[in-house]
Design a protein around this ligand. Structure first.
Ligand SMILES: [Zn+2]
Length: 436
């Protein structure tokens, strides 16, 4: 046990006090407050209907004075806040929260201070799900506990901080990345959990067969540029880590990454992070790392002309380069690349494969989407990728050289890939609409 000394600044322990101050009714005065299951179910059905603006219901004040029975059996957070809860329970509440989030398969825990209380929201299969509200006193101490374990300055609330909690400190499956940010209602803390992806290889990603085949073929090559695209949260990083594991498993290749930040430490790979505050951006890092004689170089993201030039040059000088680029489609990747680099011949010669991917929630196998305890009544459990790809062949090369991007398109398309998942009963049409 570390010498943690919690700090409370003017916390109130009167139940409902903060709610009154915010001009909202205390939940404990509402007739439905005793029936959390119904509240959660309603929120889940809102979720299921795809209306993310309505996901407000299952917020539930954990009051120090409330009867523990009232906060049991809430599905998602069962066991989180049972028993006596007071400010001194912060370490236990945090441990239960991370354990519950991991059990639920959440990727992130968001803790948002709202005055003296804190709203806890989980990101579950990519969707934000309000989970619990921490009362005054406890809220602040839970935040302090997170910052203490992440070795951040606990008194610093006005500047963002980044850190990491060792997996042994919270008994999590892997280290937890922590990011704090000051907001107008108080500090916001995001804990990123890494789970279930520790050992995934390309074959474990669940990519459509053709995409997986093309990706494996590309990874066998000695040079060329692989570009992944898709919005944030579309699984690009997971795909890259699977590629890295696969490349490292074959051994004999010198593999270097420059990431922002390193999300998972992999054996056999030299991983580095950019540090823009110190002038080490992707372009600068990649330029220097190419002198470290890598055979494979992963550049986290191409955001500017300088990085684009280095990625292209690296691929044309005998390196296997993997990177990501923000664009909505395979065609968009070439348009964006051409906006960075006027040398179309270099683009045509360097780029070997483009993959555009999204993640859709997978229908729960136990209830076929009707909703059950196993899937917290969402009807979904886990996610699976849908993807389109474009291999740069002679036809595509000609189109790039002629700046004829309009006729560059992936077949089958992302929509086709999604439709196939729906037809196979793996996801729903509504969920596909949400993802596209
Ligand atoms: Zn289910």
């Amino acid at each position: 046990m570390r010498g943690y000394i919690p700090v409370i600044k003017g916390g109130s322990s009167v139940p409902g006090d903060a709610n009154l101050r915010r001009g909202t009714r205390s939940r404990f005065n509402e007739p439905e407050a005793g029936n959390e299951r119904a509240i959660i179910n309603r929120a889940w059905s809102n979720l299921r209907s795809g209306d993310r603006n309505q996901m407000v219901a299952p917020r539930q004040t954990v009051s120090m004075a409330s009867d523990p029975k009232n906060i049991q059996g809430t599905g998602l957070l069962a066991g989180l806040v049972t028993g006596a809860i007071g400010p001194e329970s912060a370490p236990e509440v945090l441990a239960r929260l991370t354990a519950a989030a991991e059990r639920a398969g959440a990727s992130d825990i968001h803790i948002q201070m709202r005055g003296q209380t804190a709203e806890v929201v989980l990101r579950l299969d990519g969707v934000m799900v309000p989970a619990v509200e921490l009362p005054p006193g406890l809220a602040e101490r839970v935040c302090g506990r997170v910052k203490f374990l992440a070795r951040l300055k606990t008194y610093q609330e006005t500047l963002p901080q980044d850190g990491r909690i060792d997996k042994t400190d919270l008994q999590t499956a892997a280290d937890v990345r922590v990011a704090t940010y000051p907001t107008v209602t108080g500090e916001k803390i995001v804990l990123r959990l890494f789970q279930g992806e520790q050992e995934r290889m390309v074959g474990d990603l669940g990519l459509p067969g053709e995409v997986q085949g093309e990706l494996n073929r590309f990874l066998e090559q000695n040079s060329g540029l692989l570009l992944l695209t898709g919005p944030a949260g579309s699984g690009k990083t997971t795909t890259i880590y699977a590629c890295l594991r696969q490349l490292a498993a074959r051994q004999g290749r010198h593999i270097i990454t420059v990431e922002d930040p390193v999300e998972r430490v992999l054996p056999g790979i030299m991983q580095t992070e950019i540090n823009e505050a110190r002038g080490l951006d992707f372009a600068c890092a990649a330029r220097h790392l190419l002198r470290q004689d890598p055979q494979v170089l992963v550049i986290g993201e191409i955001r500017d002309e300088a990085t684009a030039q280095i990625a292209l040059r690296g691929a044309l000088t005998g390196h296997l380069i993997i990177s990501t680029l923000h664009a909505g489609s395979c065609r968009g990747v070439f348009e964006r690349l051409a906006s960075f680099c006027p040398d179309l011949a270099a683009i045509a010669a360097a780029v070997g494969l483009v993959i555009n991917q999204r993640l859709v929630r997978r229908l729960c196998a136990s209830c076929s989407g009707r909703g059950c305890a196993g899937c917290f009544d969402t009807g979904f459990q886990g996610r699976l990728p849908i993807a389109e790809f474009l291999t740069v062949n002679d036809v595509v090369r000609d189109r790039i050289l002629n700046r004829d991007f309009r006729h560059i398109s992936a077949v089958p398309t992302l929509a086709d890939s999604g439709a196939a998942r729906v037809a196979a009963g793996l996801t729903s049409a509504t969920e596909l609409d949400r993802a596209l």
